[in-house]
Design a protein around this ligand. Structure first.
Ligand code: NFS
Length: 668
């Protein structure tokens, strides 16, 4: 981002904040989500405050936004001058580059910890399922179990499911605990990409070791060379993407099923006034799976009916919502910036949360509407919320109690109920396995048709558009505008997390949305019958995108490493440290990655140069920034075209019409 552009963006934000304090900003300015807007209007009438209001009235700290302060020791906190970054150093002598690199590294460490701790929890559940201690879940997808086992070199021929599973558990545990060597899933990385990592010394050992080392190195007086700190950022982020996150996805698929396309509704219209409404919001699918069992329990359904309800209605939010949407077609009520707004409906009888992206503000909004907010995970308690702990081998005790209390709340509902009458159907549940099948057919499941279509230019490139929503920008707007621009330009878009929900609400996860795509992409979508925007699930499911890119490289014809692909990634409205870890593992994997909203960096520094161009020179990907979605699309397309040119594909984008033979080949 140019200094001027960033300054203008900050000034605009500040102006917006000042205006809204004097009520300059209306809900219409805050979001393009009509349901959220309607609830923000109601919240205003009810005198209820949400994160949108707080963001509007709280000016972002400009020094923090530029990452120009250091508070890692009590000789400070030290503030440097972002306008003249080399005019000062911290008390210990730390330069702006060291300070920014340390701050960035700690964001990577925190984000990577969140994903790897989640992945490790899934692995704990898996181990106890295999041991027979946890009986509520079982290995549902044995085909995937064998595939994953083989991918890390475990023999599967003629062996029992339990034996394979136990071997897989031990192998994958190394992802976290190994002190020397390489994490198991490097076996999936294209050879040339892995070669680059080895050359740079950034192949992760185990996530615990990498995260511990990054925390050590960013302590006062340890690593004071930004280049060396960034190296450890890469190693740690890779232990998330190809480690913790990938294990979370693969184990969840093995336990709860690999998603296949399913039609489901998204948006607040999923709530039903005359049903007991239970929302699950969080990140770990096991609580959600048990809640699904609870709401289908005949005794609890009967209890709900006795309380005067027609039944129990379960809906998801955020990432575990996105997983259960993908696996079971459970409706999804909205993304991160709608979690307070949905409580304003008054129709939520209970919201059960586990970990990550749970706003503390939910507690006071829930109170205003007499809705229950339950925390369920020992890692996440919230003052003012009731805690009902989910014990992994007795999960129903927790989820049944949540439902029982929700029924009681339904019976005594006092809040006025207003449910936005909006729900958006779409197709969810794509996985890298399904993309292979969808394009190649069951006899020849392969990425070849995708590669061929990229080579012949019908598909210009692939983009991953992922990540959070952030009240500092117009909710959902940046996601939607960016994706529309990309598909219009024949870029196939893969999505996860809150971004996928933004686009689902905008109706782009339907095959009919193909009419918004450029001619080439439209032809492919119409032939295969798929949407131009494919939803792959939650944020840990970004690992599905990594595997897909790896498969595309291995299929051939598009270069030898992930860095060679005409592909780009974006998190247009990011806000969490997890997003920084994800962004950095995509960059370290070779992907051009652009963020919107803001970027924690000072312009005109060596650290910025390294992130925004130096890493690419080392054979990795690159970071970039643009607040405006059209500018972002332009930059992504420019990168895709640069890669096409390097591959000699810049001439192949003349229009190729499908003849019958080509259609038959694709549909086979
Ligand atoms: Ni991802 Fe999911 Fe959403 Fe952002 Fe939060 S819910 S893990 S971090 S806000 S996409």
């Amino acid at each position: 981002m140019e200094k001027k552009e960033k300054k203008a963006a900050v000034e605009k934000k500040d102006k917006k904040a000042a205006e809204s304090k004097s009520s300059g900003i209306t809900p219409k300015d805050m979001t393009i989500c009509k349901a959220t807007e309607q609830m923000l209007e109601k919240a205003k009438r009810d005198g209820v405050e949400t994160a949108f209001d707080r963001a509007a009235s709280m000016k972002a700290c400009p020094i923090g936004a530029d990452s120009a302060c250091c508070k890692h020791c009590s000789m400070g906190p030290c503030r440097l001058n972002a306008k003249d970054p080399y005019s000062k150093v911290g008390v210990c002598g730390a330069t702006i580059d060291t300070i920014q690199a340390r701050n960035f590294a700690r964001m990577v460490a925190s984000g990577a910890s969140a994903h790897t701790d989640h992945g490790m929890s899934m692995l704990d559940v898996f181990r106890e399922v295999v041991h027979g201690k946890i009986k509520d879940y079982k290995i549902k997808d044995t085909v995937k179990l064998e595939q994953v086992a083989r991918s890390v070199g475990i023999e599967t021929e003629g062996r029992s499911v339990e034996d394979i599973a136990m071997d897989l558990y031990h192998e994958l545990e190394r992802t976290y605990t190994q002190v020397e060597g390489e994490i198991p899933f490097v076996s999936r990385v294209p050879e040339k990409t892995l070669e680059t990592w080895r050359k740079l010394g950034i192949v992760p050992r185990g996530a615990m070791r990498e995260i511990m080392e990054i925390m050590h190195r960013t302590h006062i007086g340890v690593d004071q060379h930004y280049e060396n700190i960034v190296k450890q950022c890469s190693r740690t982020a890779l232990s998330d993407g190809w480690g913790g996150s990938m294990v979370a996805t693969e184990i969840s698929d093995i336990l709860f099923g690999t998603p296949t396309p399913v039609q489901a509704d998204v948006n607040m219209g999923c709530l039903k006034e005359d049903y007991v409404n239970v929302i699950v919001h969080g990140h770990e699918p096991n609580m959600f799976e048990s809640m699904l069992a609870s709401v289908n329990d005949p005794a609890l359904i009967e209890a709900a009916k006795e309380a005067g309800a027609k039944g129990i209605n379960l809906v998801g939010m955020c990432c575990s919502g996105a997983e259960v949407l993908s696996r079971h077609g459970v409706p999804h009520a909205g993304n991160f910036m709608s979690t307070e707004a949905i409580l304003v409906t008054g129709a939520v009888d209970a919201m059960a949360v586990d970990v990550q992206c749970i706003k503390q503000g939910l507690s006071s909004v829930a109170k205003c509407y007499n809705s229950y907010l339950f925390t369920t995970n020992p890692r996440c308690h919230i003052e003012g919320a009731e805690h009902i702990e989910l014990v992994e081998d007795k999960p129903r005790e927790c989820t049944d109690e949540v439902v029982v209390k929700a029924i009681a709340r339904y019976k005594n509902r006092t809040a006025q109920v207003e449910i936005p009458n909006i729900s958006n159907p779409g197709i969810h549940g794509f996985s890298h396995e399904y993309i292979q099948y969808m394009l190649g057919g069951s006899f020849r499941a392969s990425y070849k048709p995708l590669n061929d279509n990229i080579i012949n230019g019908r598909i210009r490139g692939i983009a991953g558009v992922v990540g959070c929503c952030n009240p500092r920008v117009k909710h959902d707007w940046v996601h939607v505008e960016l994706v529309k621009e990309l598909i219009k330009n024949d870029v196939l878009v893969l999505q996860t997390g809150c971004s996928q929900i933004s686009l689902a609400k905008a109706g782009l996860l339907t095959p009919e949305a193909a009419h918004l795509a450029g001619d080439g992409l439209k032809e492919v979508c119409e032939t295969v019958g798929c949407p131009p925007v494919l939803g792959l699930g939650s944020c840990v499911d970004n690992s599905r995108i990594l595997i897909a890119t790896s498969e595309v490289v291995k299929e051939g014809g598009l270069g030898e490493s992930i860095a060679d692909l005409p592909a780009a990634g974006a998190a247009p409205e990011w806000m969490s440290e997890k997003a920084i870890s994800i962004g950095h593992y995509f960059v370290a994997s070779g992907v051009y990655t652009i963020f919107g909203a803001t970027f924690p960096i000072t312009d005109n520094t060596k650290f910025k140069d390294l992130l925004f161009s130096g890493l690419e020179d080392q054979g990795l990907g690159t970071w970039d920034f643009a607040a405006d979605p059209y500018e972002m699309a332009k930059k992504m397309l420019a990168h895709i075209d640069k890669r096409r040119k390097a591959l000699g594909l810049d001439k192949s984008r003349e229009r190729v019409l499908f003849d019958m033979a080509a259609r038959r080949e694709m549909a086979a």
